[in-house]
Write a protein that binds this ligand. Structure first.
Ligand code: HEM
Length: 465
């Protein structure tokens, strides 16, 4: 191995300032910084962030190598430790054999048959939002990003806990927001004040975590009590599946603490990402009347067809799916993915010692001119069957890749297809002013900075106007 290291070419290093390295340039404009890095160093380059040397991998081939081909040598990077403060040992943050076991237990909850059972619920929740929209004064702009957050939180809540606990969960959306803010600040900060110290910020975070825990443990305990009274009682939701699933080898079910971690993870991972993608979709559609027409045509055909289940209908929303995919190309909610090498490894001609850190950016991969013609142009046809083979698979990784691929990817795609199709069927969305520009804000997820305000007008008003 020593000879390999000796022969390895030197990894290009992007110069930064003394002590702080590239931290300020990155924090000032992370997306701009990563895009210009990609132009300067087409394969890879090391940068220095918050005192840590990180290699940014720029190509689909190297992303595939780390995420898939040699994934066993790569664990998640330090950044995920911040998430682990409140996600504990859930799927997103656990590693090794423990993660493998949990993934095997949780995976069936996202199988096609399970998703099929959730389709009607997703439609109902969207219809509740449409009812709210009906009461909206169309002369006023509407905060679409808040609508999407509420909608995706309601959907993931129903998927996890069925209908009976909806109101108890409604109160925790502020707590979830507080937790995400804390994580954002921690990820960008040189200074970390341990949580045991009662600074106002730490107290707010601790309270938010307690609030979420209280609700989740309350629900788990309620289920356990029901089960004690009637061992045959079952619910048609993800929590029920997670509580009843047994490890093949040990025959054990998950402990309450593990259930808490998995449920919190699904809650957090499963709503803000999807909400952001939907907000970006509506922002794009407000500027793409031709695309709207096509979605609407498909929507009218599919929703008026008789004799098919809602799940079958959803699968017919093929063009809408292409739109969703193209939106997530330009605005991938998970805009960076971090990894740490467990032992020395060779990536192309370069050798990296154990404990090297890597960053892969779906945002820059999705805009790399070698993989995408006119990368800045919005074009859902890129995802048609005819063009699916136009690029390497890892040039498009909104859900990550390899064994750690997002477990909720089909859930999210189904949800986004349904929501968009129904909203566009019934409403026209437009910008609040012709020069309205919404810029992405790369926090834990890629949000619209300052939220997204749009005008919404019901179709019957548009048609009769
Ligand atoms: C547009 C929506 C979504 C996007 C863009 C997204 C993106 C991602 C990405 C990139 C990862 C991999 C992170 C890594 O490798 O470091 C991931 C993992 C994960 N996602 Fe999603 N996600 C979305 C929706 C969902 C939904 C709806 C759920 C659950 C209902 C979910 C649950 C999870 C979980 C549990 C993991 C960890 C999986 C594992 O490591 O085994 N996500 N997601």
């Amino acid at each position: 191995m020593k000879t390999l290291t000796a022969l390895s070419p030197i990894v290009p290093r992007h110069k930064g300032l003394p002590l702080v390295g590239n931290t300020f340039a990155f924090i000032r404009d992370p997306l701009g910084f990563l895009l210009s890095l990609q132009e300067m160093y087409p394969r890879l380059a090391t940068i220095n962030l918050l005192g840590r040397t990180i290699t940014v991998l720029q190509t689909a081939e190297d992303a595939k190598y780390v995420l898939q081909e040699n994934n066993r040598n790569y664990h998640k990077s330090e950044a995920y430790r911040v998430l682990a403060i409140f996600l504990g040992n859930g799927l997103l943050t656990s590693e090794g054999d423990f993660w493998r076991r949990q993934r095997k237990l949780a995976q069936p909850a996202f199988y096609k048959q399970r998703l099929a059972l959730m389709t009607d619920m997703m439609v109902q929740e969207t219809e509740h939002l449409l009812a709210d929209w009906k009461a909206h004064d169309t002369r006023q702009p509407r905060d679409i990003s808040q609508d999407m957050l509420r909608l995706t939180l309601n959907i993931v809540t129903k998927a996890l806990f069925s209908t009976d606990v909806g109101t108890r969960v409604a109160g925790i959306s502020t707590a979830l927001d507080e937790i995400m803010h804390y994580a954002d600040e921690e990820l960008k900060s040189f200074i970390h004040i341990p949580l045991k110290y009662s600074t106002p910020r730490n107290v707010r975070f601790r309270n938010a975590v307690s609030k979420v825990e209280e609700v989740i443990y309350g629900i788990i305990n309620g289920r356990r009590r029901e089960w004690e009274k009637d061992p045959t009682s079952r619910h048609d939701d993800l929590l029920d599946m997670l509580m009843h699933t047994r490890d093949e080898e040990t025959g054990e079910t998950m402990s309450d603490a593990q259930l808490r971690d998995e449920v919190t993870t699904i809650f957090m991972a499963g709503h803000e990402t999807t909400a952001n993608a939907l907000s970006w979709a509506l922002y794009v559609l407000a500027q793409q009347p031709e695309v709207v027409k096509k979605i609407r045509k498909e929507s009218q055909q599919v929703w008026s067809a008789e004799g098919t289940s809602t799940f079958e209908k959803a699968r017919e929303l093929r063009y809408t799916l292409q739109v969703v995919q193209e939106v997530m190309r330009l605005y991938p909610p998970a805009w960076i993915i971090g990894r740490r090498a467990l032992s020395e490894d060779q990536i192309g001609p370069y050798t990296f010692p154990a404990d090297s850190y890597f960053l892969i950016s779906p945002y820059t991969l999705h805009r790399r001119p070698e993989y995408w013609d006119e990368p800045e142009a919005f074009n859902p046809d890129r995802f048609s069957e005819a063009h699916a083979k136009d690029r390497p698979t890892y040039a498009y990784i909104p859900f990550g890749g390899g064994p750690r691929l997002c477990v909720g990817n089909n859930f999210a795609l189904l949800e986004m297809q349904l929501v968009l199709s129904l909203l566009v069927r019934d409403y026209d969305v437009s910008l609040t002013a012709p020069d309205q520009v919404v810029v992405p804000e790369p926090m834990v997820t890629l949000r619209p900075r300052g939220g997204l305000s749009l005008r919404i007008v019901p179709r019957e008003q548009v048609v009769s106007a």
